[in-house]
Design a protein around this ligand. Structure first.
Ligand code: DGL
Length: 269
């Protein structure tokens, strides 16, 4: 069998780049294809059927580009579209999400069983994290906070600004008052704010970030699913696609990967 398939990573915009970087650091020898739906991001305030149809188009695009498996590195899409897409593809094509791996790690980490989640409005409203966490441990106390301003701030390059810090403080305060000992960053974009979040919540709260969780889970998945692993190519590196040309994507991507990245425009429908 020829090894020519790539690992596809999808996000609504920039946030998944952070997850991709960690995956590439952990598993540098594989070929990757990243798609950011920058023309239609943010997804976080959109209705479920729109999130599903955008995500389906993106995943179809990645499989057409010869991906051997696709990771939906977007919690909003993982909450609102993943299950349906997995059912539609059946066992023929593998699509993985980021939400269950984060929930599993949070349950392992918490000692006082009080877990906070910050995420987009859609992810919070879907209650997907709450359901997955409760399946793993029905005795948990779970507190969610929608943070709708964070994605636009990150996408517009404001991650280090004072405004972002003030808004983060406001979002995190009600969770800290519930005495959580574990905080799930339930949106890939928030990984970019992890240092600021750490500064605000202090050292005693464990942060569960998908950038840390997903590479380990992927490695375990590939070790278990040799039928997929043996199809994966190891020669062509990382290809980046977006649905819109944005300088910001290229700047952030180049900064994260330490070299100028080339971004192609994806036509998806
Ligand atoms: N990156 C997406 C997530 O993880 C959210 C960004 C958006 O609203 O498009 O939930």
């Amino acid at each position: 069998m020829t090894r020519n398939k790539r690992i596809g990573v999808f996000d609504s915009g920039f946030g998944g780049l952070h997850v991709l970087r960690s995956i590439v650091r952990a598993l540098p020898h594989y070929d990757y294809l990243y798609l950011g739906d920058t023309a239609r991001a943010p997804y976080g305030d959109r209705p479920q059927e729109t999130i599903y149809s955008y995500t389906k188009q993106a995943v179809d695009f990645l499989f057409k580009q010869d991906c051997g498996l696709v990771i939906i590195a977007c919690n909003t899409s993982s909450s609102e579209a993943l299950r349906k897409i997995q059912d539609e593809y059946g066992s023929k094509k593998k699509v993985l999400g980021v939400l269950i791996p984060a929930a599993e790690v949070a349950v392992q980490k918490t000692k006082n069983k009080r877990i906070g989640i910050i995420a987009t409005r859609s992810t919070v409203a879907s209650k997907k994290f709450v359901r997955e966490l409760t399946k793993l441990d029905p005795h948990l106390h779970i507190f969610q906070k929608a943070c709708p301003l964070l994605v636009p701030l990150v996408e517009s390059g404001e991650q280090n600004s004072k405004i972002t810090e003030a808004i983060l403080r406001r979002y995190l305060k009600p969770l800290l008052s519930k005495k959580i000992d574990t905080l799930i960053l339930g949106c890939t974009h928030y990984g970019i704010l992890e240092k600021k979040i750490r500064h605000i919540i202090g050292p005693s709260v464990t942060i569960v970030s998908e950038a840390t969780v997903v590479p380990k889970k992927l490695e375990q998945y590939l070790a278990k699913h040799v039928e997929i692993e043996k199809t994966l190519g190891k020669h062509s590196g990382i290809h980046f696609f977006t649905t819109d040309r944005t300088d910001r994507f290229q700047i952030l991507g180049s900064k994260l990967f330490g070299k100028k990245i080339r971004v192609e425009k994806a036509v998806i429908d």
